[in-house]
Design a protein around this ligand. Structure first.
Ligand SMILES: [Ca+2]
Length: 114
């Protein structure tokens, strides 16, 4: 009986400790401000950034994005032209758009806006 109680306590302690470790790793993990997906959210090639990008062709992702995920509390603007020009769409804060409409496969630059 004593042994059984001890085992239960040990299992409980282990799960509490692993829970604490898990929570720590989640809070320490950095989620990118922006993820562009070639196909849909979570599928296909992706491009991640925390900074404005004036020309996605430098990263092999020009005119590719078909879905956009924005995290970390900012709104971002996505442009059809390089250097933040041309048609644009706004996404966020903290929003995932699985179908970006008229800018599908046309995004060339992006930056955070107020
Ligand atoms: Ca695409």
């Amino acid at each position: 009986m004593l042994t059984k109680n001890f085992t239960v306590l040990a299992v409980l302690s282990a799960s509490l400790i692993s829970g604490a470790i898990h929570q720590t790793s989640v809070s320490a993990q950095s989620v990118p401000d922006v993820t562009l997906w070639d196909q849909q959210i979570g599928r296909g090639a992706s491009f991640k950034t925390n900074k404005a990008v004036a020309d996605l062709s430098k990263y092999g992702f020009n005119d590719k994005a078909s879905a956009i995920q924005v995290n970390n509390g900012q709104k971002w603007r996505f442009y059809a032209g390089k250097n933040f020009t041309g048609e644009y769409i706004d996404v966020g804060p903290d929003e995932a758009v699985g179908s970006i409409g008229r800018l599908n496969n046309r995004i060339s630059s992006l930056k955070a806006i107020n």
